[in-house]
Design a protein around this ligand. Structure first.
Ligand SMILES: [Zn+2]
Length: 262
């Protein structure tokens, strides 16, 4: 049977991100799987016949360790044993997308109405997505906790884009214009400490904010998305929104070091 063509990059990502952690694969199991994958599916073959001695030599481990790793991969369903004979094992090497452990994890990834993965979504892409970040903060500045009514708020990159910060919901917060311009090139944690020293945050608020910052990076502060929010906003509609300055327009001049998006 000719296996369907696989996307090697995608397979590697799913293996590292989903399969290996879910199945708690050891370092040796990972190495053995990757090696067998390279000689089977990456060569367009579903099955591979190999000897334990060949595998052990290539892995630089004893035959016993190689045999045990293969056995565990079979037990975990990553390899399907077709035949075991004197000339070696004949196995079917499965890619992550063919395994239930991986599929269920992928299915659990939240999706936008257009099918995009929330984790990979650019939250500056549409006005609806930007509003979802504002809504998550509940109308308060992420840093100083002051209310930010109406247009007196903007989106700030916790890790600046210049330092590699992305437009993920994990790196965007709603804040007041004052904090946005004062933060400049400080890290978010340092800026919170600066606010504390200035008496604008209490010690209790500071420690709560620092915890929230960790939760943000860990993906625990995923914004709620409604169909209307995550739908790709009609660009013509976006252009009618006076506060929308994140599309083609450059950031406002008053915040030169931290791009602002409303
Ligand atoms: Zn503020």
């Amino acid at each position: 049977m000719k296996p369907k063509q696989i996307d090697a990059v995608q397979v590697c990502k799913e293996f590292e991100d989903l399969l290996a952690p879910r199945l708690k694969l050891s370092a040796l199991e990972r190495a053995v799987y990757s090696h067998l994958l390279r000689h089977s599916r990456f060569e367009g073959q579903l099955r591979l016949r190999f000897s334990i001695v060949w595998l052990a030599n290539n892995m630089g481990v004893t035959s016993r360790r190689a045999r045990e790793a293969v056995r565990r991969l079979i037990d975990k369903g990553v390899l399907r044993l077709i035949e075991r004979a004197n000339i070696g094992h004949l196995v079917e090497v499965r890619v992550p997308g063919e395994l239930r452990a991986c599929r269920s994890a992928a299915d659990a990834q939240p999706k936008l109405s257009d099918g995009a993965n929330v984790e990979e979504t650019d939250f500056l892409r549409t006005r609806g997505l930007r509003q979802a970040i504002h809504a998550r903060e509940g109308g308060a500045c992420f840093y100083c906790l002051r209310r930010t009514p109406g247009r007196a708020h903007c989106l700030d990159h916790v890790v600046p884009q210049a330092a590699g910060g992305s437009n993920s919901y994990r790196n965007l917060v709603s804040c007041c214009l004052d904090c946005n311009s004062r933060k400049r090139d400080l890290s978010a944690a340092d800026f919170l400490r600066h606010l504390f020293r200035q008496g604008r945050l209490s010690a209790k608020d500071l420690s709560a904010r620092l915890r929230t910052l960790q939760d943000l990076a860990a993906g625990k502060l995923r914004p709620k998305l409604s169909t209307t929010q995550d739908a790709a906003s009609d660009p013509s509609k976006a252009s009618r929104v006076a506060v929308d300055n994140s599309s083609a327009a450059p950031p406002p001049a008053r915040v030169p070091l931290s791009p602002t998006h409303v």
